[in-house]
Design a protein around this ligand. Structure first.
Ligand SMILES: *Cc1c(COP(=O)(O)O)cnc(C)c1O
Length: 479
């Protein structure tokens, strides 16, 4: 593939766009030290379009092909959600407008809160947090406020299984707790004996990622929440990946007191460089007074912003990431009750289908049914062929398939984590299975071809250490 020039290296003086009319207002000049003219590219509109179109062809996105990256949940976000969020009635609102003039927007937030409350089995929801980890911090601050409101300052520890998302222990520390890490059993689930030994009068709560980071729904979920409650702690559910269970089971019914959701993973807001997210937090009634405000409420005179009585305070300016809520609300309204459930079922079916097809060719880290994703371990495969999980993943790039998540979770060696999602056809899944198999054969026949892959991408095998240590983050023009 030929080298693509930077936009700054294209065009020449005089070719640029001159769409601006002559200036007809008083001119103000920049300070002396900033007198040098900015180096803007001089390209025609036509050249500009070609440049960015060519660039877009050099990345792999869900519009180009299969994208089974694990621990990321949905990849395809319906376009109608974007269109709704872009309606001028939403985008032209000012955050400081009087509430009487924003009743529609308030109703949208209220509806979104109510639907997410119903899906999770929680009594109250705040849309304030801006991301998943931000939601975790918020939820933990609720737990802290609850214990403190009862005069209990001895509960300083949060139990976090090793199959939790990495943000869980970090959020617990941010909220001022210390973390008790507990190992999982060989089935990938929480070891109940270890949990019972860890829970006690200093336990503030437990954070559980479910399905956990190895794609497993913990089979002892009720025993887990009962154990923590019996010790006087509260149970926090990391619901970032709720799309594996939404409409099927509810964390509120499993004994959880508090939850966050990643609207940018489960409810149709793009994630991963795709713009802002939102980490809605839901809780049971006894925690609702502590929620961060403002939350949308329905009063006698219409919809209002309300701050809960003993609120932990604001966690975000204004009203949270409003456009993200509109995308999620649109998604929920277009799917409806049965569609939400179907989405989860399809995500789980697709993952189990691929897992079943591949289990004779590759070792699975955990046997049996998975949820929305599964983890393979290429430890034995690497010993036999010399080809690592990284090599195999790089090999996929030559065939128009995005690799799965590599070397995560850390508790599985040579891990490849595959998450096909709810939107892929059987043909796409079959083609991906065939590709895994053919790369498996290539590893036995010609391992070198995989050690050096990818061969057909704009950039070949990167030196990952150099990329991490020796970063060039700024383009400097040649004089
Ligand atoms: C992505 C993820 C998070 C963190 O969400 P951010 O929006 O990236 O902060 C937390 N928990 C789980 C299980 C996740 O997958």
């Amino acid at each position: 593939m030929e080298d693509l020039k930077l936009i700054f290296e294209r065009g020449e003086e005089g070719q640029g766009l001159t769409l601006l009319p002559p200036c007809d207002v008083e001119e103000h000049f920049l300070p002396e030290e900033r007198k040098e003219e900015p180096r803007l590219p001089h390209v025609s509109e036509n050249e500009l379009m070609r440049h960015y179109t060519a660039l877009s062809g050099r990345v792999h996105g869900v519009n180009h092909g299969f994208y089974p990256l694990g621990s990321c949940t949905m990849k395809y976000n319906p376009k109608v959600d974007e269109a709704t969020a872009a309606l001028p009635g939403f985008t032209r609102l000012h955050p400081l407008q009087p509430q009487e003039s924003t009743q529609g927007a308030l109703e949208a937030v209220f509806l979104c809160q109510s639907m997410l409350g119903e899906i999770t089995g929680m009594d109250a929801v705040s849309m304030q947090p801006a991301a998943g980890a931000h939601g975790e911090l918020t939820g933990l601050l609720l737990i802290k406020a609850y214990h403190e409101s009862r005069g209990n300052r001895a509960r300083t520890k949060i139990i976090v299984p090793d199959s939790a998302h990495g943000t869980n222990p970090a959020s617990a520390v941010m909220a001022g707790f210390s973390v008790v890490n507990i190992p999982s059993g060989p089935d990938g689930c929480v070891d109940l004996e270890v949990l019972r030994a860890a829970a006690g009068p200093d336990t503030a709560g437990l954070m559980l990622t479910n399905p956990n980071t190895v794609g497993i729904f913990d089979k002892n979920i009720r025993e887990i929440t009962d154990t923590i409650h019996a010790a006087g702690g509260l149970c926090y559910y990391d619901g970032a990946n709720l799309n594996a269970v939404m409409g099927v089971v509810r964390p509120g019914d499993m004994g959880f007191d508090c939850i966050h959701l990643n609207l940018h993973k489960t409810f149709a807001a793009p994630h991963g460089g795709g713009g802002p997210g939102a980490g809605a937090v839901g809780c049971k009634a006894f925690l609702a007074d502590f929620l961060p405000g403002p939350v949308a409420a329905c009063g006698d005179a219409g919809f209002v912003w309300d701050t809960p009585k003993r609120s932990i305070g604001r966690v975000k300016a204004f009203w949270g990431n409003f456009d993200v809520m509109i995308k999620s609300l649109t998604y929920l309204l277009t799917l409806g009750r049965s569609g939400v459930r179907e989405g989860a079922i399809h995500a789980v079916l697709a993952a189990n289908y691929m897992k079943a097809c591949l289990q004779d060719d590759f070792d699975m880290a955990y046997p049996g049914l998975c949820m929305h994703e599964f983890v393979m371990t290429l430890e034995r495969f690497k010993e036999e062929t010399g080809v690592s999980a990284l090599d195999l993943a790089k090999g996929m790039l030559d065939h128009g398939v995005h690799p799965p998540t590599m070397y995560f979770p850390a508790i599985v060696h040579e891990a490849l984590m595959v998450e096909p999602c709810e939107t892929e056809t059987k043909e796409t899944l079959d083609a991906a299975v065939a590709l895994y198999r053919s790369l498996g054969e290539a590893a036995r026949r010609d391992p070198e071809s995989l050690h050096t892959a990818p061969h057909k991408t704009p950039v070949g095998r990167l030196d990952e250490v150099k990329a991490a240590r020796d970063q060039i983050l700024r383009w400097t023009p040649q004089a």
